[in-house]
Structures are given as C-alpha cells and as structure tokens.
Design a protein around this ligand. Structure first.
Ligand code: DLZ
Length: 204
C-alpha cells in the first residue's frame, strides 16, 4: 500500500567527508538499539563520513541522553563503552587522555579527541509499560534534546523511538516480525546528521 508519510530526498546529496559526528545511544532495549545504531553508521559512511570521525558513546537509558549529548558537544573527556566499539568493528580513538595528558587509560577504554562535532545523533528506544514512566521520559528527553541543540548550536538528531508496543519498536528498526520488516529509522537519522551538520557549517 502506498503512503504519504516519511521523509523525501534532499535537493542535494550532502557530502560528509569533512564532518565529525557523534552517536550517543541508550542501552535499554538492546536489540532495537543495535539495529538503529548500525543503520545510522551505515548511512554516515555512505555519505562519506570517515570511520575515524564517527564517535560512539553509550549511556544506561534514554533519560541520560540529553546530559551525555551536552557533555559530548562540550568536548568533555568521556570514556567510551568498548562494547560499542565492537559493534563498530573495533574503532580506536587513541589511548591518551586529551584532558589529562599523562593519565593512564585503562585497557579496553577509549577516549575522544577534543575536536568539535558537526552533529550528534541521540538514539534511544522507549517502550510503553504499565506506569507513567514512559510519558515522563518521552516528554523530558524530547524537550531536553531540543534545548541542547538550541543552546549549543550543534544539531542534535532526535533518534528516540517512543513506541507503544515491542512490535512498533522492532518495525522502526527494520526488524518487524511479520512479512513486512518495516524500515530502519537509524538510516534516516544518519542522513539527517550529515545534512544538518553540513547546514550548520554553512549557516555559521
Ligand atoms: C527505567 C526505564 C524504563 C522503565 N524504560 C526505559 C525504556 O523503555 N527505554 C529507555 O531508554 N530507558 C528506560 N528506562 C531507564 C531510564 O531511561 C533511565 O536510564 C533510568 O531511569 C535512570 O535514570
């Protein structure tokens, strides 16, 4: 069945070869998160973003995303989760701590160089339960992520699924259980990051 919904192609295909993009993702609802992060990374690379310019950080849940995005944008020294680097095929951003030179960094922990990001993709998967938790987190996280991008001038891509059921979340990560697997929204977020990162440079 045809649909009128969804994003249309931009007037030009934006070039990501000079862009630096951070992905900050929650770890709740891991299967869906992993598919979304992979989809975003695939599109970043397709648009020319270099693997060395993609930094991935993780936080426990979606509620932590705004704080983490704000700190990552500020160039804070954040220790990356080595599991995420496995997902990326073992990216390594160096072993020296940029903020505390000479400080030994424990094995398995990687650090970010202190260079600005052109865009940040915040990825989380919220699935409604039986309490009001879902509503509070959806509301506060969406407002806070908007605030982070307006306060910092760095685009924050809203990669937070707010699903009423497990199936809704799976379908939006291309993992639908029916014949139609759905569509991986992480891919759209990767493209949006390149487009907004390019615009942000042009508009500065
Ligand atoms: C507590 C909680 C619940 C119930 N559900 C989700 C969820 O569906 N998706 C998600 O990303 N995080 C969830 N969390 C965790 C909160 O986001 C947060 O990590 C904790 O409340 C600690 O601040």
């Amino acid at each position: 069945m045809s649909t009128i919904k969804g994003i249309s192609k931009p007037p030009v295909d934006h070039d990501g070869s000079n862009l630096r993009i951070a992905i900050v993702h929650a770890r709740w609802n891991k299967t869906v998160i992993e598919a979304l992060v992979s989809g975003a990374i695939a599109k970043l690379k397709e648009r020319g973003v270099k693997e060395s310019n993609i930094v991935v950080e993780s936080v426990p849940g979606s509620f932590e995303l705004p704080f983490a995005c704000s700190k990552v944008i500020a160039g804070a020294h954040v220790q990356a989760n080595s599991n995420v680097n496995d997902l990326l095929g073992g990216l390594n951003f160096g072993t020296a701590s940029p903020k505390f030179p000479g400080t030994p960094v424990p094995a398995g922990v990687v650090t970010m160089p202190n260079e600005p990001f052109d865009a940040v993709i915040a990825i989380g998967v919220l699935i409604k339960g039986s309490t009001m938790h879902f509503e509070y987190i959806c509301d506060s996280v969406s407002h806070a992520l908007m605030k982070v991008q307006l306060d910092t001038g760095v685009p924050v891509i809203f990669g937070v699924l707010t699903a009423l059921t497990d199936d809704q979340a799976l379908e939006r990560a291309g993992l639908g259980r029916g014949e139609d697997k759905g569509h991986n929204h992480g891919e759209d977020w990767g493209l949006a990051a390149v487009e907004m990162g390019s615009h942000a440079r042009r508009w500065t």
